[in-house]
Write a protein that binds this ligand. Structure first.
Ligand code: ADP
Ligand code: MG
Length: 792
């Protein structure tokens, strides 16, 4: 027990060291390698595991957060707690719980009845969303590791995973400050290696002198000798000659080891795979050269015919087979949903709206031609008598709000209500004030719905219910609360990337189905848009209003702060207003600027004499409102804020922005932030104060300085971070697939889309016998995406 405790302390020590450096080099062989190996070995680290594997791609902030979390977790575990239970890696621990004998049960059998799974393990599996035998079968490996060919020790290269075979020649305990550390020497006649057994003292029993063993791992040179700490092994005996070169790597959770999970999955495969149905029509399987579904599943878990490279590229035949099927089902359900919506008849809106005309007359500028085009597209939807489902895409500042507002007016003029959803209260407030000014003279009744409870709000909800409010602006309070819109004609969702697909669906359930208009500043490639918004038409506002002065972007290091704020001072003296954005509200980490401190510093020194206020999420709404109002009236010179001002806020005279610790923000976010300035007459100035310690961070700053083009920035961001991160949609309502990934596998998605179209052209309601199982599966898996429930 004491030794184990020491091991954990060693790990804590290493985490401590890594916290100082954040460079993944705090331990020999790479910190993330080491720790993920340590976790895997004892089947823990569930939540951390995937982050660790991706450690190199994390920002410094994310790294330090991860380290903090792991440290807390490790410290909170008692000596005899979960974490220290180590089971032999080779033998699945025998479980006494009741299991059924082979051959009984079916795909929906709960995991607890599976051999080797007791209540404790069941809980762990549930954490991975594994509840039934079927879930086990469809719980696919995340990637595959190649153990490599067995090679002589003299030919080890020290790159990637390598495999050797030899005989244990000795064991030793090396004294370290943290206690004895087990080392096991293995020799093959051409050389010698040392197994460094962190927290694996049980190996002393298994790997005795004279035992023949095969070892795979990340071999490293240390003082002229080969060492390996991150390794797995297998004894070489007469019975045990099978050596799987490819190891499937699964997501794990605390207390569940790779070997254990693998053995349960194999059990499920051996007993239940036969019940998995082939749902693709056989003609289609043949045409695309897919594997039979069961063979494909087997191959993904126990590869025998694919190479690791093929598997990891996700383009093995097994991958293509399963991914295609998943996408096909999803594409079919979206197309069916789309058709259902298209079949919905709604009263057409007035075509010639006086309200729209009167509004345009008082507008101080004319629409850009891109705005005009999109307005026309929306107009046509609204008068068609069919439901509109439209996504409006356009870079920050392209004037999407106005486009949406014109659509809203047309609906209101037709006697119906409009719900306008925005992501933050500050933005709701701003829209409300602006719309009220523009619309009250036209007789349009505008309401602002906020979270919380009070009398005013009750009254508003009552007015909405009575149809006395035409346009309601709010955050997700609009869908969360039980509000009845008797005549809801249109729902507008601004800055869609903040809302998920499901929320959108929820809003629609409120009353009879309204038209839907979704706006986003995120450029989404067409194929992806098809998956994420497969039921939407797409309009693009690809032009910014004329006369915009460009925004100059400069990058200073934190040491040059004073110089930076001097430039800000000059701008304010010329009558401009400035935003200062900080990554944190209060002091959290030593090196991160926070709103409270920066406000003080600005007031007392750098920008003393000006009117400086702060705003952030922790202030009461009342206060936030008041400050935003004063800022937009020009009664405040400098507003120090968190990234709450990132979305939507529009204050034309605020033409200067300083972003503190800019390296802490992603490209998309920086672009959104910068989009707040350069909206008025004056040329904008954006100053990035950055301590770019990584190459990637430097690159981000360079891109921001070099271009203001949202699409270019999006492209670069994609390149730097990978699509899932950039679109921020992983967490937001992308439907769950077992294996398919809309970002990685979009080319397969494209094919599935085409195939779905062919199928529905021939058999729109999936009534044919060959499509029967397809329909059944669509209802089972994607029924909730269908507007009117399952298809019959
Ligand atoms: P976004 O597309 O980022 O939501 P907004 O709708 O907030 O952009 O518009 C940005 C600013 O441009 C607002 O101040 C708006 O009044 C102004 N604007 C919109 N359309 C035009 C136009 N055609 N000409 C001039 N200014 C415009
Ligand atoms: Mg906007």
């Amino acid at each position: 027990m004491i030794e184990r405790k020491i091991d954990r302390e060693l790990v804590l020590k290493i985490i401590e060291r890594e916290k100082q450096r954040l460079d993944n080099l705090s331990v020999f062989g790479g910190f993330s390698n080491f720790l993920s190996g340590w976790f895997t070995e004892r089947g823990e680290g569930g939540d951390f595991y995937s982050l660790l594997l991706n450690y190199d791609n994390l920002t410094l902030e994310e790294r330090s957060k991860l380290l903090q979390d792991m440290e807390e977790k490790l410290k909170s575990q008692s000596d005899d707690g979960d974490i220290l239970k180590v089971s032999s890696p080779d033998l699945p621990s025998p479980e006494k719980e009741k299991s059924f004998s082979d051959g009984e049960g079916n795909l929906s059998t709960p995991v607890r009845y599976i051999k080797g799974v007791g209540p404790v393990l069941e809980k762990k599996l549930n954490r991975l969303e594994i509840k039934t035998a079927e879930d086990l079968i469809f719980f696919f490996p995340r990637y595959y590791r190649d153990r490599g060919e067995v090679k002589p020790i003299s030919q080890l290269r020290g790159e990637g995973w390598e495999t050797i075979q030899g005989v244990v020649t000795s064991q030793s305990r090396v004294a370290t400050r943290r206690g004895p550390l087990l080392k096991i020497a293995v020799s093959d006649g051409t050389g010698k290696i040392n197994l460094v057994c962190f927290n694996r003292n049980y190996l002393a029993k298994t790997l005795r002198k004279g035992v023949k063993v095969q070892v795979s791992g990340n071999f490293r040179r240390s003082f002229g000798n080969w060492e390996v700490a991150d390794f797995d092994y297998q004894l070489v005996t007469k019975e045990n000659h099978r050596w799987d070169r490819i190891i499937p790597i699964y997501s794990l959770t605390e207390g569940l080891s790779l070997k254990k999970l693998q053995s349960i999955i194999y059990y499920a495969l051996d007993n239940f795979l036969g019940e998995v149905e082939e749902i693709l029509p056989s003609s289609l399987v043949a045409r695309h050269n897919f594997l039979p579904k069961r063979v494909a599943i087997e191959e993904l878990h126990r590869p025998s015919r694919s190479s690791v490279a093929e598997l990891n590229s996700r383009r093995s035949r097994a991958h293509l087979t399963i991914i295609f099927e998943e996408f096909l089902l999803f594409a079919l359900s979206l197309k069916i949903r789309r058709q259902e919506l298209a079949d919905c008849e709604v009263p057409p809106c007035v075509s010639d709206s006086a309200l729209v005309k009167n509004f345009l007359v008082q507008l101080p500028f004319t629409l850009t031609s891109a705005q005009e085009r999109v307005v026309k597209e929306i107009h046509e939807d609204l008068v068609s008598g069919r439901l509109m489902n439209r996504l409006v895409q356009g870079d920050v500042g392209s004037g999407k709000t106005l486009v949406a507002l014109l659509g809203a007016l047309q609906v209101i003029d037709s006697g119906r209500q409009v719900a306008f959803m925005v992501p933050t209260e500050i933005l709701a407030e701003q829209h409300y004030n602006r719309f009220k000014d523009l619309l009250s003279s036209l007789g349009v009744r505008v309401g602002l719905l906020k979270g919380g409870t009070n009398k005013e709000k009750k009254k508003l909800i009552e007015e909405i219910r009575k149809g006395e409010v035409d346009l309601v602006i709010g955050t997700h309070a609009l869908i969360e609360e039980n509000i009845t819109f008797p005549q809801l004609g249109l729902t507008i969702v601004d800055e869609q990337h903040r809302f998920g697909v499901l929320q959108r669906a929820k809003l629609k359930e409120k009353a009879s189905i309204p038209h839907l208009l979704v706006m986003t500043a995120t450029p989404i490639p067409r194929t992806l848009a098809l998956t994420l918004y497969g039921d939407l038409d797409i309009s693009v506002v690809d032009e910014k209003p004329a006369g915009r002065k460009p925004v100059t972007t400069l990058c200073f290091s934190l040491k040059e702060r004073f110089k930076a704020y001097n430039r800000v001072r000059k701008q304010i003296e010329e009558g401009r207003q400035a935003f200062v954005v900080c990554p944190a509200i209060e002091e959290s980490e030593a090196e991160i600027s926070n709103v409270v401190e920066v406000t003080e510093l600005l007031r007392s020194s750098w920008l003393s004499g000006f009117r400086i206020e702060m705003i952030h999420g922790k202030l009461p709404s009342r206060e936030k409102e008041e400050i935003m109002e004063r800022f937009s009236r020009g009664d405040i010179d400098v507003l120090v804020a968190t990234s709450v001002i990132e979305v939507g806020i529009d204050i034309p005279n605020a033409s200067v922005m300083v972003i503190e610790n800019a390296e802490r923000f992603g490209l998309a976010q920086l672009h959104q932030l910068r989009g707040r300035i350069g909206r008025g007459e004056a040329a904008g100035l954006c100053i990035l104060l950055a301590e770019a310690r990584t190459e990637e961070a430097r690159r981000r700053m360079e891109i921001m300085v070099a271009t203001d083009d949202g699409f270019r920035i999006a492209e670069e961001d994609l390149r730097l971070r990978g699509p899932g991160e950039f679109y921020g949609v992983r967490q937001h309502g992308v439907p769950e697939f077992h294996l398919a990934d809309p970002f990685e596998d979009w080319s397969i998605l494209e094919r599935a889309n085409e195939e779905a179209k062919l199928i529905l052209d021939e058999d729109p309601e999936l009534k044919r016998e060959e499509n029967r199982l397809l329909k059944k599966e669509i209802n089972r898996r994607f029924g909730r995406y269908l507007e009117f429930g399952e298809i019959s």
